[in-house]
Design a protein around this ligand. Structure first.
Ligand SMILES: CC(C)(COP(=O)(O)OP(=O)(O)OC[C@H]1O[C@@H](n2cnc3c(N)ncnc32)[C@H](O)[C@@H]1OP(=O)(O)O)[C@@H](O)C(=O)NCCC(=O)NCCS
Length: 240
């Protein structure tokens, strides 16, 4: 089943996978699927990543890293990220803050390169919108195109949301006490899976550029407002 699903392309070029449902208040008949732009995060965004991870509370850090990582340990994790080898994916809000991110870690030099590991975190206020599942699908596409055959997820057995994402994607989950290990077999890449990745990257980049311009424009308007206020105050003073 997993292979069948993935062979359709976990991000098939012909089938847009990165969708989230509209709000529950919208009648089902009028619901339109919305694409979730998922962008590849670059090394100049370490501070953004740190901000997102440092905002996780102790329990979330425990679920994400398997221990209650301190601020210092998170900083060390962020500083040690290898953007050449691994892939990091992010979902941004309008202020260009990361509200969800995933780390697809490829095997280090000398290890079997057909395996990769997936880790994810979604900001508390953005949970339940499907971002965790969408990031997993996005990572699947990249892993498959990088000739990875086995995608691993280490999760605590109590982590119902993460295990649900893995199971729904077709992964086998083996529970060993308080910890669980899930793995998903990936099929070989195809032209379709490669085209899918290009299209998804392109879409996310356009979204990011638009958000960047909108943010710059709002800053410009705020500056203009300040100038106007200053001029008005000066006029008021001189006419008093
Ligand atoms: C795990 C995590 C990434 C899930 O993110 P999310 O965006 O809320 O997940 P989704 O919205 O994609 O939900 C995935 C599924 O889990 C279900 N789910 C969400 N929260 C759940 C919960 N607390 N208990 C049970 N199921 C839950 C959703 O209903 C959804 O199922 P559906 O597809 O049948 O509707 C998020 O909770 C998180 O960041 N946790 C802290 C870090 C962590 O645990 N990382 C994973 C270890 S690597």
């Amino acid at each position: 089943m997993a292979i069948f699903k993935a062979s359709l392309g976990a991000g098939s070029f012909l089938r847009m996978p990165m969708i989230e449902p509209r709000s529950a208040s919208t009648p089902a008949a009028h619901q339109q699927p919305v694409l979730v732009p998922i962008r590849s995060i670059g090394p100049d965004e370490r501070e953004r990543i740190a901000k997102h991870l440092l905002a996780l509370d102790a329990h979330d850090r425990y679920l994400r890293f398997g221990y209650s990582a301190s601020d210092e340990q998170i900083r060390r994790y962020v500083d040690g990220l290898d953007f050449e080898r691994d892939e990091l994916f992010g979902i941004y809000n309008r202020r260009l803050e990361l509200i969800a991110m995933a780390h697809l870690a490829f095997a280090p030099e000398g290890q079997p390169n057909e395996c990769a590991e997936f880790g994810v975190s979604v900001s508390k206020h953005a949970r339940g919108r499907g971002y965790g599942a969408r990031l997993f699908e996005r990572a699947e596409v990249t892993a498959r195109n990088a000739d990875v055959r086995m995608l691993f997820i280490h999760a605590l057995s109590e982590n119902a949301a993460m295990l649900k994402i893995a199971r729904k994607a077709g992964a086998s989950v083996v529970r060993s006490g308080s910890e669980s290990e899930a793995h998903l077999e990936l099929p070989e890449p195809t032209l379709d899976s490669r085209m899918s990745e290009i299209a998804l990257d392109h879409f996310a980049e356009i979204d990011f550029q638009l958000k960047t311009r909108a943010k710059q424009f709002w800053a410009f308007l705020a500056g203009l407002q300040e100038v106007r206020r200053g001029v008005q105050e000066a006029r008021d003073k001189s006419s008093a």
